[in-house]
Each structure stands twice: as structure tokens, then as C-alpha cells.
Design a protein around this ligand. Structure first.
Ligand code: NAD
Length: 404
């Protein structure tokens, strides 16, 4: 029919929310995504300690999309914001074609940023998608087994997490929790499995609440993680991690959590981007200089109160996606639209299965079990919004969301 065509690129927090909010819009919607599922980026580290979690951190998309949204399975390979078009490569056949839109939403998310550190991109694992947790687990396990068999030196039992931000902290806690299991599986003594967390800034979680940061540091040190701060990683070789002060850690497994940047496609498309490749958007999330082209989530640089872009978090991506879906639906009906206003809900960091820290609103602190429950509650609330009580009950009942 003649309804306007909205194309959304990416089904992460932002793109999926946009699509869901277009339910009642007078539009045909195409949602482009490489896989038929939506994964919870905030939980990607969980399968490191708990491999079964893999089936609980992703949701099939199709049952939760409105009838006017068609899922297009493929990878975006180019974006032309002048034509409001995206070139897609079909997953099944590898053939490429352009999809043209009346309104284009770019929600392609982010990728790891390696800062040009020698050897890092080639040698490090990252926490990036659904495959990352299981890959980290199997790589560590494999190297420990080789160490136990005498086929590898001490580098086989040492793991370095590079970057002590949110991702690095959550991952290090997960690795510490996995240690006993890894020891049982490989025959290497638990205390011989060494986990380092290396942070360039003077403390872990730079910029976060100091009291909670102390709690996190103490927790990790008690769990046996060797925390090194104030020293950036300068180079990664096949058997060593070289620190900027000249120290060499003999370690064979490096997991890089030192920062993210927007997906390359954003910069290649010719958007006006910031230092991290994110496209600057106006108050309505429209790209500078391109009518009818919008960005949301990690791909967008939306200036906060201080003029700097909002951080690339799930809550911002979700709020922007929901806003954009609602705003587009109103626009297509000729109704007025308010600018996007972010709401700061807080930050919750998990420390394995039973502990965590949280900073709620703009300053209320929570630690321990309560904080960990809050992190789970964030997921429950999210699932409820997507699939109502039925989906939530299924998950609380322990059913997998996704068959492996
Ligand atoms: P980040 O940029 O927040 O942290 C990266 C850390 O790596 C920084 O502390 C930085 O100083 C450090 N670093 C950079 N170069 C280094 C080097 N050469 N050697 C050692 N350390 C180095 O990245 P992130 O932790 O992946 O988080 C990305 C975004 O996702 C953030 O906005 C964060 O708020 C969000 N996030 C939130 C949660 C949560 O709320 N629980 C969890 C994960 C991510």
C-alpha cells in the first residue's frame, strides 16, 4: 500500500524499542538485523561463569514485533543518508540490495575501540555479542587444559582483563566466580588460575561514585582478582601484556574492555561524528544535515546538559528507541513532537551472581545482595514491557528464552 516506509537498522535496545513503538503508526516498517533474535547487551558477560545463561540473554524477535513490522534478516553494509537508504546483505544468500526509506532510523550500536594499541585487536577477546561469553569461557578452559598437560607455560593460567570500567569489572567478577568450575574441569588448582584487571586511571570505574568503587575494588580483591590501576596496557604480544610502566605480565588470554565506539558504518555514511564515531543528532534525534534520518543508542551523539554526548548505555538506548518510535508515529500523523529528554535512572553493576553495587537516581547507594536483585529487576521490568506477564513468568519459571 502507499503507507510511508520506515527502515530501522539494528534490533538492539534502541532499534527494537523503536519498532515496537511503531505498532499503531500509519507506516510499513522494515527492521534490519543480522540475526532473528534480540540480545541483552548488559548481560553478555554472564555465560562466562554460567554457560546455561546463553539461552536466557536473547529473545527471538518475531513473536514480539507488531504486525506492521517486517523483519529483514541481513547485515547492513552501507548507509546513504542523502537517499535515506541502506544497503543490506541477505543472510541466507549473501546477495546485496538497497532498501529505500521515507524515514531511516540508524541504531547499529557500537564496537570495541582498540586505540591502536600494538597487538591488541589481533590478540584480544572482547565482550561484544552473544558468542562472546561462551568464547571467553572455552578459550580460558582450553588454555588451562593445555597448561595442565604441560603444553603451555604459566601464560596458560593467567587472564588479563584490560580496562576496569563497567564491563571490565562485571567480567572480572564473573571470571572469579567461574574459577572453581574451571579448576574442576581442567585439573589446575583454583589459586593457580590468575585473573588480572588492569585499569589506566588511578581507580577502577573512573568517574563513578568513590564509595561504591571502593566496595567493588575490595570485593574483587577478596575474590582473588589482582587489580592494577594507574597503568595503561601499552602492548599485547603472544605471551605477554606489556604495561606502560614497562612491567610485563606473562599472560596468554587478554580480554579487552577498554572502551567502545560507534559501529564503523556511521562514520562511513558521512554523518558528522564525534571522537568515538557517533553521529551528532539534534533534540529530536535527527542527524545533522539529513532530513528524515534519525539515530538512537550507541550510534548517536546526543548532547547532555554539559554538551558532551550521553554515555553509550542500555537505558539511554532504550529511552531513545521508545521516544523515536512514539515521535515517528506522531509525525506520520501530522501531530506535534516534543524533543527527547533523557531520564537518569541510575547505574547498577553486578558482581557475579550474588553481589553488586548500585547508584540510584542521582545519589542513593545500594550494595550487596540488594543491588544484585536490582540488576535482575531491571531485566524483569524490561521483559515485562516486551512480552507482558506471560514472558516474565516464563523467565522466572526458568524456561529458556531461546533454544541453543
Ligand atoms: P568504558 O569506556 O566505560 O571503560 C573503559 C575503561 O578502560 C576506562 O576505565 C578506561 O580508563 C580504561 N582503559 C582505556 N584504555 C586503557 C588501557 N590502555 N589500559 C587499561 N585501561 C584502559 O567502557 P565499558 O566499561 O565497556 O562501558 C561502556 C559503556 O557501557 C559505558 O557508558 C557504561 O556506562 C556502559 N556499561 C554499563 C554497565 C552497567 O551499568 N552495569 C555495564 C557495562 C557497560
Amino acid at each position: 500500500d502507499g503507507a510511508p516506509h520506515v527502515v530501522i537498522v539494528g534490533a538492539g535496545y534502541a532499534g527494537f524499542a523503536t519498532a515496537r513503538r511503531l505498532r499503531a503508526a500509519p507506516a510499513r516498517v522494515t527492521l534490519v538485523n543480522p540475526y532473528p533474535y534480540h540480545y541483552f547487551t548488559t548481560l553478555l558477560h554472564e555465560p562466562v561463569a554460567r554457560p546455561r545463561q546463553r539461552e536466557r540473554i536473547a529473545l527471538p524477535l518475531a513473536p514480539y514485533l507488531p504486525p506492521n513490522v517486517r523483519l529483514w534478516l541481513g547485515r547492513a553494509v552501507a548507509i546513504d543518508p542523502r537517499r535515506r537508504a541502506v544497503e543490506v546483505e541477505e543472510r541466507a544468500t549473501g546477495t546485496r540490495r538497497w532498501l529505500e526509506a521515507d524515514r531511516l532510523v540508524v541504531a547499529v550500536g557500537s564496537e570495541p575501540l582498540f586505540f591502536g594499541i600494538a597487538g591488541l585487536e589481533e590478540r584480544a577477546l572482547t565482550v561484544r555479542d552473544l558468542t562472546s561469553g561462551p568464547l571467553i569461557r572455552s578459550t580460558v578452559e582450553h588454555r588451562l587444559a593445555r597448561y595442565a598437560a604441560g603444553a603451555m607455560g604459566a601464560e596458560g593460567r593467567r587472564i588479563v582483563v584490560g580496562g576496569g570500567g563497567y564491563t571490565g569489572v562485571e567480567l572480572a567478577a564473573e571470571l572469579a566466580e567461574a574459577r572453581d568450575d574451571l579448576a574442576r574441569a581442567t585439573g589446575v588448582a583454583a589459586h593457580a588460575i590468575e585473573i588480572y584487571l588492569v585499569e589506566a586511571a588511578p581507580t577502577l570505574l573512573p568517574g563513578f561514585d568513590p564509595a561504591l568503587t571502593r566496595y567493588v575494588t575490595r570485593f574483587l580483591e577478596r575474590a582473588g582478582v589482582r587489580v592494577i590501576t594507574g597503568t595503561p596496557i601499552a602492548e599485547v604480544t603472544p605471551r605477554h601484556v606489556v604495561l606502560a610502566d614497562g612491567r610485563r605480565l606473562e599472560a596468554g588470554t587478554v580480554i579487552w574492555t577498554g572502551g567502545v565506539r560507534a559501529h564503523r558504518l556511521v562514520e562511513q555514511a558521512g554523518f558528522e561524528v564525534d571522537r568515538r564515531g557517533r553521529a551528532w543528532v539534534d533534540g529530536h534525534l535527527q542527524a545533522r544535515g539529513f532530513e528524515g534520518v534519525y539515530l538512537a543508542g550507541d550510534a548517536a551523539a546526543f548532547p547532555g546538559d554539559d554538551g558532551r554526548p550521553l554515555p553509550p548505555t542500555a537505558q539511554v538506548a532504550l529511552q531513545q528507541g521508545e521516544y523515536l518510535g512514539r515521535a515517528l508515529a506522531r509525525r506520520l500523523r501530522g501531530l506535534p513532537v516534543e524533543p527527547f529528554r533523557p531520564r537518569v535512572l541510575g547505574t547498577v553493576i553486578s558482581l557475579g551472581r550474588r553481589d553488586g553495587v548500585g547508584l540510584l537516581g542521582r545519589g542513593y547507594r545500594v550494595t550487596g545482595r540488594a543491588a544484585r536483585v536490582l540488576k535482575s529487576a531491571t531485566l524483569w521490568r524490561y521483559l515485562y514491557r516486551i512480552g507482558g506477564a506471560r514472558l516474565l513468568m516464563r523467565v522466572l519459571g526458568g524456561a529458556p528464552l531461546q533454544p541453543l
